[in-house]
Design a protein around this ligand. Structure first.
Ligand code: T4K
Length: 378
């Protein structure tokens, strides 16, 4: 058994600790620990500038942001969504008493397939909740056209899409609302955290009230809001992280390029989010390289799970994001739309996917060890 430290699918990018002390001193001095303190305010402003969005509402995590986004738009009834995501996407619907309706994904992008959405719309449908899976933009134009036609809201689960651009602008401006996660495993993290991006001040005000118990002022409560607030310590860490995020994404892009080139000719392996020339430019990038998913097809000498186990034997902890499909979990599997024969593309991807380690501190020799193991030459 080797004594090496495991290599995880991701590791948070940590700025030097001494750079965090001044923020802590400031918090101690301010004695404002939460409820919209100065660092919270500053992070909202800096994120709006960095991301190129009009308004942002910070949250304690992405799941509370999803829950609140649905409430902000008063979504009810049925919502069309993808089964190929992290469970938080559909859980946010159940927590709001909404019925998820699963629709299959596109085989190339693994995002919700717009061509299949219309057939799933019923008189109860009020919204679509797509996911920019692994940070790859959905077909936002096609989704907008369907939403306009049927008068549906669109809430993007953009948990993976921090800093991603699409057709020359932030992908976070698509739809009615976009929801980010700043969890420790994400490209930009605040330990735990999340946000809702919206386009107008009125919606921001409503969301800000909903995340603070529905409070308007000392004597007025207008909605059964939740406590979704981000604390000052998380906001301060976000400000520090933001300084290094372009360098972190550039480091990820280099790793993605190495994987893409090394694995291009391995029979049976398909890179779902290959590195692309020019795609590291912060103004153009359609990817933040938050994940490096590969599909292990029938031409590969090992099954996906055998490759997963082989890597693990070498202390490389890859992850099968997103297996099992959300629709196969007990709270969803009896829904008519959850039947696996209606979701063949997502079901196949879930059986074949393996996310390889990618994070700025992954060193070249470890990455080559991973590549050698996938190539079968180690
Ligand atoms: N929508 C989508 C599409 C999402 O992917 C997510 C979250 C959400 C919504 C909800 O957002 P949040 O409420 O989480 O803000 C992880 C994360 O917990 C979750 O945030 C993320 N998606 C999901 C895709 O992955 P796990 O259960 O796989 O995490 P865990 O603890 O196994 O971490 C993965 C690896 O990362 C570990 O092997 C080690 C490493 N790691 C992890 C943590 C927490 C570290 O090195 N340091 C750390 O602090 O869910």
């Amino acid at each position: 058994m080797s004594q090496r430290k495991p290599i995880y699918v991701t590791q948070p990018d940590m700025p030097p600790l001494d750079q965090f002390y001044p923020y802590l001193e400031q918090i101690w001095e301010n004695r404002m620990l939460t409820n919209g303190g100065p660092f919270h305010q500053q992070l909202e402003e800096e994120l709006c500038r960095y991301l190129g969005v009009e308004h942002i509402c910070l949250f304690a995590n992405g799941t509370l942001a999803l829950l609140t986004a649905l409430q902000a738009l008063r979504v009810t009834g049925e919502v069309i969504t993808t089964p190929y995501s992290f469970v938080a996407t559909s859980h946010s619907l159940l927590w709001n008493g909404i019925k998820p309706v699963f629709v299959d994904v596109d085989p190339d992008t693994l995002n919700l397939d717009p061509a299949r959405i219309e057939a799933a719309i019923t008189p109860q449908t009020t919204a679509i909740m797509p996911v920019h899976c692994y940070g790859k933009p959905c077909d936002t134009r096609a989704i907008a056209a369907i939403a306009d036609n049927y008068n549906l809201k669109v809430i993007y689960d953009a948990a993976h899409a921090f800093g991603v651009r699409h057709e020359g602008a932030s992908v976070l401006n698509s739809g009615d609302l976009s929801v980010l996660s700043f969890h420790a495993t994400k490209v930009f993290n605040t330990f735990e955290g999340g946000a809702i991006v919206c386009g107008d001040a009125r919606t921001k005000q409503r969301i800000d009230r909903l995340k603070n118990f529905g409070i308007v002022d000392e004597t007025t409560v207008v909605a059964p809001g939740i406590n979704g607030k981000m604390s000052e310590i998380n906001a301060a860490f976000g400000l520090l992280q933001l300084k290094g995020v372009d360098a972190a994404i550039a480091a990820r892009a280099r790793l993605a390029r190495t994987y893409t080139e090394a694995l291009a000719d391995v029979p049976g392996i398909r890179c779902v989010r290959p590195w692309q020339e020019g795609a590291s430019d912060p103004l153009l990038r359609e990817s933040n390289y938050s994940y490096f998913p590969i599909l292990v097809g029938p031409d590969y000498p090992l099954g996906r799970d055998a490759l997963f186990a082989r890597l693990k034997e070498h202390d490389i902890v890859a992850r099968r994001y997103f297996y099992p499909l959300i629709s196969s979990f007990p709270m969803y599997r009896d829904l008519p739309s959850a039947s696996p024969d209606r979701l063949p593309v997502a079901a196949r991807a879930a059986e074949q996917v393996l996310c390889l380690p990618i994070y700025p501190a992954l060193d070249d020799s470890d990455q080559h060890r991973i590549i050698d193991l996938v190539e079968g030459s180690a």
